[in-house]
Design a protein around this ligand. Structure first.
Ligand SMILES: *Cc1c(COP(=O)(O)O)cnc(C)c1O
Length: 482
C-alpha cells in the first residue's frame, strides 16, 4: 500500500507546481493581461463571433502547455461578442474590471481563505462585513444594518425578497392573497426572484409610470387602498434607483411614506444606480432610500469591479438571519455567539469565493476620489450625449436621471423602428462602440448606458460620429420618396 501511496503522491504533486513553474505561468498570464489592457483602446467593443468558435482542446489525461491555451482564449473568448472591458461598451449596463480587483481575486484564490463563517476566518468575514456596513452608511442605514456580498444583483434581490416574505409572514397558504407592487420598468430579475422565492402565485400590481418612467405614487396609493379594501395582503413594494431601460430613479421618499402607512416591506433595486450616491450633487435624487428596508447594489456595475459582486443591504439583520440560517450537526463548532455575523447565515451560500477582497483592495489602493470622479464623469457624458445627439437630428426620451438614456432617429420614412434597428445593426457591424436597444410601451428605442470606467469623452464622440455616419448611409440607401 505504501508503494501505491508514494506512486500516487508523485503524480498528485503536479497539483503543487514548483516556484519555477509558477513563475513561468505567472509571466505568461501577466503578459497576456498586459497585452489585453494595453490594446484595449483599439480592441472592438463588439466582434462578430468567429465562424468556428468551438474551443479545440478536449480535457485529457495529460497536461498541456499554456501558450496555445492562451492563444485559443484570445481568439475564441476575448475576440468574440461583446467586450465588457472596452470603453466603447455603451449597451445594456456596462461592466467594470478595474485592475486591482483582479489582484484581489488572485490573492483570494491563491490563499483560499474561507469567508463563509466568522469562526473559519474572522479576518475575511470582518472585511466583508465592513464593506457591507460602508455601503449601509452610504445609503443612510443605521449602524446595526448588514446584508451580504452576493454574486450579483439578481441574488442580492432574491435575498431581500426572501427576507421580506418571511418577515411579513407570507407562508404558502397566504401567497395567493399577498400583493407585490412594481412598475413595468423593474428589472426582470425581481419577477424571477419572486417566483424562485415561492411567490409565483402572489398578486403583482404593475403601477403606471409618469413621463420620466418613474413610479406614479398617486396610482400606487389608490391601488393600495383598493387592495386593502378587498381584504388582500399588500406586503412588498419594489422601487428602482436607476432602472435598466432609462436609468430612472423612482420617488423613493414618497414610496417610503406609503410603505410606512400600509405596513409594506420597501425594497429598492439600486443594482445599477446605487453608487451614484457617492456623487454629492446626485444625492437628492435618492432621498428616501434610507427609509427602505433593503437595497440591492452592484459593485460590479457602479464600482467598476469585474463581474461577480452584487450586494444586498438589509436594515433588520435579524429578519435576514431568520430567513437564511440553518443549523447543521456537522457545523456545531462554528455555532457560537461571535462578534460578527457569518455570511453563511445570511444568504443561501455556504462555501463561497472570498469576494470581499476584490472590492476592499481597489478601495484601499486607489481611495474613493477616482470612483466619485468617474461616476460624476459618466453622468456628465450621458448629458453631453443627450444634447449632442439631438443636434444630430435624433429624438430623445426624458432627460437622464443618471447615466442611461434613450434616443432614436425620426425618419420621414414610415418604418421608424426598422430604420433604428438597422442603425443599431450598423453600429454593431462597425464594432468600435456597442449599443443595445429596448422596447417601451411597444416603441423601439436605442439606449445609451455610460458606466464603463474606460468610457471618456473620446468614446462618446466616437459613438456620435458612428451614429451620424450610420444615418447618412441608411438614408442614402432608402428609396427616394415621391
Ligand atoms: C443589472 C441589474 C440587475 C441584475 O443584476 P445582476 O448583477 O446582473 O444579477 C438588477 N437590477 C438592475 C436595476 C440592474 O441594472
Amino acid at each position: 500500500m505504501s508503494d501505491k501511496i508514494q506512486h500516487l503522491e508523485r503524480i498528485s504533486r503536479q497539483l503543487e507546481p514548483t516556484q519555477e513553474q509558477r513563475e513561468e505561468w505567472n509571466a505568461q498570464v501577466q503578459a497576456y493581461a498586459d497585452d489585453f489592457i494595453n490594446h484595449i483602446e483599439t480592441l472592438h467593443a463588439y466582434d462578430e463571433p468567429p465562424q468556428n468558435g468551438r474551443l479545440s482542446f478536449t480535457i485529457g489525461e495529460e497536461g498541456k502547455s499554456l501558450e496555445p491555451l492562451l492563444a485559443e482564449i484570445r481568439a475564441k473568448v476575448d475576440r468574440a461578442g461583446i467586450n465588457p472591458a472596452s470603453g466603447g461598451h455603451l449597451g445594456y449596463v456596462p461592466g467594470g474590471g478595474i485592475f486591482p480587483a483582479a489582484l484581489g481575486d488572485y490573492l483570494a484564490a491563491a490563499t483560499n481563505r474561507y469567508s463563509g463563517l466568522f469562526f473559519a476566518n474572522p479576518g475575511a468575514v470582518r472585511i466583508e462585513n465592513e464593506l457591507i456596513r460602508w455601503m449601509c452608511e452610504m445609503v443612510g442605514y443605521p449602524p446595526k444594518s448588514l446584508g451580504n456580498l452576493a454574486s450579483g444583483g439578481s441574488i442580492a434581490n432574491l435575498i431581500a425578497i426572501t427576507t421580506a416574505r418571511d418577515f411579513k409572514g407570507i407562508r404558502a397558504t397566504r401567497v395567493e392573497k399577498a400583493v407585490v407592487y412594481l412598475t413595468q420598468q423593474v428589472h426582470h430579475c425581481v419577477q424571477k426572484a419572486l417566483r424562485i422565492a415561492g411567490l409565483g402565485d402572489a398578486i403583482i400590481r404593475y403601477i403606471p409610470v409618469d413621463g420620466h418612467f418613474r413610479m406614479d405614487t398617486k396610482r400606487l396609493h389608490q391601488q393600495l387602498e383598493r387592495d386593502r379594501f378587498q381584504g388582500l395582503m399588500p406586503f412588498l413594494v419594489v422601487g428602482s434607483a436607476g432602472t435598466t431601460d432609462t436609468g430612472a430613479v423612482d420617488p423613493l421618499d414618497e414610496i417610503a411614506n406609503l410603505a410606512e402607512q400600509f405596513g409594506l416591506w420597501f425594497h429598492v433595486d439600486a443594482a445599477y444606480g446605487g453608487f451614484f450616491l457617492l456623487v454629492e450633487e446626485l444625492k437628492e435624487k435618492f432621498r428616501g432610500i434610507e427609509r427602505s428596508d433593503s437595497v440591492a447594489i452592484d459593485p460590479h456595475k457602479g464600482l467598476f469591479l469585474p463581474y461577480g459582486l452584487g450586494a444586498v443591504l438589509i436594515k433588520n439583520v435579524e429578519a435576514q438571519y431568520n430567513a437564511h440560517y440553518y443549523k447543521a450537526n456537522y457545523m456545531q463548532d462554528a455555532q457560537q455567539d461571535w462578534e460578527e455575523a457569518s455570511p453563511a447565515d445570511l444568504s443561501p451560500e455556504l462555501t463561497k469565493h472570498f469576494r470581499g477582497l476584490r472590492m476592499w483592495l481597489p478601495l484601499q489602493l486607489l481611495g474613493l476620489k477616482p470612483f466619485r470622479a468617474a461616476l460624476e464623469e459618466k453622468v456628465l457624458l450621458c448629458r453631453y450625449f443627450y444634447h449632442k445627439v439631438q443636434e444630430a437630428g435624433f429624438e430623445v426620451g426624458p432627460e437622464p436621471d443618471l447615466s442611461i438614456m434613450i434616443f432614436r432617429y425620426k425618419t420621414r420614412h414610415e418604418d421608424c423602428t426598422r430604420f433604428n434597428e438597422q442603425l443599431v445593426e450598423y453600429v454593431r457591424r462597425d464594432g468600435r462602440v456597442f449599443l443595445s436597444s429596448t422596447t417601451i410601451d411597444g416603441e423601439y428605442w436605442i439606449r445609451l448606458a455610460v458606466l464603463s470606467f474606460r468610457t471618456h469623452k473620446r468614446e462618446i464622440s466616437l459613438c456620435l460620429d458612428i451614429l451620424r455616419a450610420g444615418v447618412q448611409q441608411l438614408l442614402s440607401e432608402q428609396p427616394v420618396a415621391g
